[in-house]
Design a protein around this ligand. Sequence first.
Ligand SMILES: Cc1ncc(COP(=O)(O)O)c(C=O)c1O
Length: 397
Amino acid sequence: MKLDTRAVHTGDRKRTGTWVPVTTPIHTATSYFYDETSDLDQALGGTLASPSYSRYGNPTNDALEELLASLEGGAGALACSSGMAALNLALMAALVDRRRVVLAASALYGATISMLTKVLEPSGIEVIFVDFADLEATAAAIAKNRPGVLLMETISNPLLRVAPLDRIAAMANEAGAQLVVDSTFSTPVITRPLEFGANFVVHSLTKYLSGHGDVLGGVVVADEANLAPLRALAKSLGPLLGPFEAYLVMRGVKTFPLRMERQCANACRIAGWLANHPAVAHVNFPADPKHPDAENIKRTFAPGLYGAMVSFEIGGAEREDIFRFMNALEMIVPATSLGDVQTMILYPLISSHRDLSPKHRARLGIHDNLVRISLGIEAVEDIIADLDNALKVFAAS
Ligand SMILES: Cc1ncc(COP(=O)(O)O)c(C=O)c1O
């Protein structure tokens, strides 16, 4: 079945008796028992695929995990309480029995950089950053540091760079390293990293997959070889998603391919409109034929889909100017997240990349006049009208 069909059906409608619920119920029980203790014994031992204790597995989460593994083409998945919990779990699982060296793309979500430098490094894991768009530098860093794990994002936040996922996966496989890919920005309708040879895919479920701004969650999807170690680790660490949140995500995923299509189309229109606005100095958007990673995009993205994020620099704007612009928006929501049905705007300087020093931000190319928009599903004319009106603050100054 096609991804759009699987998004609606996979994991759902499990038969529990003579009747079948049309959606998966929220199983709140923390533990389960059986008429025969031998069945509980087997459930606890893993030889009977049945629940025993909710930290080991729960029918609501199981249904969601089956769904997400199917969308990504993975062997299985583990739903976590947030995207960061999922990323941490994926890195821990990838490092099992491997050299404790992580080679990370330099362009990453700010909290991910903080996790690497402020949590993993102090715990004895060596972390090296390199520009994954520079294949020569990446190959040299692999040869020199012999990393156990490589970490990258499919579309970087907030500059929307697209690293050569296929080439990086080949290099990781050749070096015997595990590749962990945060695919939150691209989602499985645009690219499926496991198909290119990645070992783990991570999503913040908080974003496009749930899509309504009402649930915090994450997921790790693993290939066959890594599924058992991932599950074993999760059993010990317990970073799991609650069943109510799992239900909300599952409900969101049913409409995710439809939403994504509309959001991507809106992003294309807005990027084009912004590029022609006199107040706008520069636009970052993967559909731009002059995008520095156009070749990578052609090879690794579904045709005609470029994501639903646009970032842009406002000519000569300083922090206070950006504040005035954001205050002038009437419909677009100035909140810290992305991927929701409503269009949202974020100022990386005060939110996603707040914890980085100004020098670090400058080195990454995140300038103080950069804002990021996550396009929603509204009529594009209304998004343009709101931006147009708010950008007038620059004409007046
Ligand atoms: C690319 C990316 N990965 C991971 C996360 C973390 O997700 P969560 O907030 O669900 O922990 C975010 C959050 O914005 C993100 O943008």
